[in-house]
Design a protein. Structure first.
Length: 433
């Protein structure tokens, strides 16, 4: 725990601090503050013009001051004279209600007040590509089934090991790294934690991976579906709920697959709110090229298209790998690290409180079973998910109606921008009608 950032700067040799906040679209915004000025910033925050970021503000609004959380301090392992800080935006002395980290803290506090402590881990997949984004960087990575390919993994040893070593230095508990299902795609796993710390680390992880890739003359992307023929980037979340005594509430020796009623009600809450949750878990137009995609070069998309759950079965939206946690496979690489945690926590805890029944577990292969026509499907595009969010009372209650309204407003502007973009496909298919 860091009590004084000025003292920390002196002790750790930090010359500059990045005071960072994550906007509604998941973009990290920062100011680089010299250490001698951090004492004032620690109390009053760094000033930003909110309209200049993806925030629901206008140029007429006053300054937004983002107050750093000292406990989030991460010293950049590759540039130790810089310390990174997550922060919470304030305006007129009050937290900005639609700031994603503020939303997550509000959701987690409400859950804690009810006696539930949400813990989670993430699997943030990414591609290593050429600097211009035109193709994967490894021209020899051409296997049709490249997952776990040792040769392709070790050709990226210098990059992967450097990032993993940095996570070890940060005491994140990294435990495995692998080549994923698409050519040029990788995943790195570290220990789970409380949902806020996981969100902070997820945010920093994306920054770290991109930075180290650039240092190697490469580029890393978390874009959901950067290449049409390859598996997209998922961001699977492993979640569990604990009580204030440090006991995991998910296992039960007599429960189906070893899970308690609490765990199944959490699953029920997430499934019940899945169409609206997809506005956060799959927040860009490109997201729906991943979850509604035909089979890729490897033979499977590894992403859900139905609102279902199964046992240890990766063709469903929720997988039950063991009795300690569930894996929610809906989110992609574009998800806002704070909103995905807030969404799952709100929906899941609401499911516990209202004893929502998740329905029957399905053990079928959802990629090949074409007979289950009555199974609920995920939204087919961003607009559908935003419409589902607009009518969802649960998330509006937990996140706050002001946040939901702001989010839908900004995301519909993005959708409208997309629809105004004319494509060659349109010309080819409609020019001679």
């Amino acid at each position: 725990m860091v009590a004084d950032l000025s003292f920390a700067a002196e002790e750790l040799g930090i010359k500059y601090f990045l005071i960072s906040f994550t906007d509604v679209f998941g973009v990290v915004r920062s100011k680089l503050v010299p250490a001698h000025a951090i004492a004032d910033m620690e109390g009053s925050g760094a000033s930003f013009a909110g309209f200049a970021a993806h925030m629901d503000m206008t140029p007429a609004d006053p300054d937004m001051f983002s107050i750093p959380d000292p406990n989030s301090l991460i010293q950049l392992p590759w540039k130790p004279e810089v310390g990174w800080l997550a922060s919470d935006p304030y305006m007129n002395g009050e937290p900005v209600g639609h700031a994603p980290r503020v939303v997550l803290k509000r959701v987690l506090e409400r859950a804690r007040t009810a006696g539930y402590f949400v813990k989670s881990g993430v699997e943030a997949e990414y591609f290593v590509i050429l600097p211009d984004g035109s193709a994967i960087a490894d021209s020899a990575d051409i296997q049709p089934k490249p997952c776990y390919d040792q040769q392709a993994l070790m050709r990226r040893y210098d990059l992967i090991s450097e990032i993993c070593d940095y996570m070890r230095e940060l005491d994140w508990g990294p435990y495995q790294n692998d080549h994923e299902d698409a050519n040029g795609q990788f995943e790195m796993n570290w220990d789970y934690s409380d949902a806020l710390q996981t969100a902070d680390r997820h945010t920093f992880f994306k920054y770290m991976v991109k930075s180290i890739a650039e240092n190697h003359g490469l580029r890393a992307t978390f874009m959901p579906k950067p290449f049409p023929h390859l598996t997209g980037n998922g961001c699977h979340v492993h979640a569990s709920v604990w009580n204030d005594g440090g006991e995991n509430l998910f296992p039960h020796k007599d429960g189906e697959l070893g899970l308690s009623d609490t765990a199944y009600h959490f699953i029920g809450g997430v499934l019940a709110n899945a169409p609206a949750l997809s506005a956060f878990t799959n927040p860009v137009v490109n997201s729906y090229k991943r979850i509604n995609a035909p089979p890729t070069l490897s033979g499977a998309t590894w992403s859900p298209n139905t609102i279902t759950y199964g046992g240890n079965n990766r063709t469903h939206m929720i997988r039950i790998p063991d009795d300690q946690r569930i894996e929610i496979r809906l989110a992609d690489g574009a998800t806002n690290p704070y909103l995905v945690q807030a969404g799952y926590a709100a929906a899941g805890v609401d499911g516990i409180q209202n004893r929502i029944d998740p329905g029957k577990r399905l053990d079928t292969n959802m990629y090949t079973n074409k007979s289950m026509h009555d199974v609920p499907k995920l939204p087919e595009n961003l607009l559908d998910s935003l419409r589902a969010l607009g009518t969802n009372k649960i998330l509006s209650d937990w996140f706050g109606p002001d946040f939901v309204g702001s989010y839908i407003k900004l995301k519909k502007e993005e959708w409208n921008s997309y629809t105004q973009h004319f494509t060659e496909w349109e010309r080819t298919n409609a020019l001679d009608v």
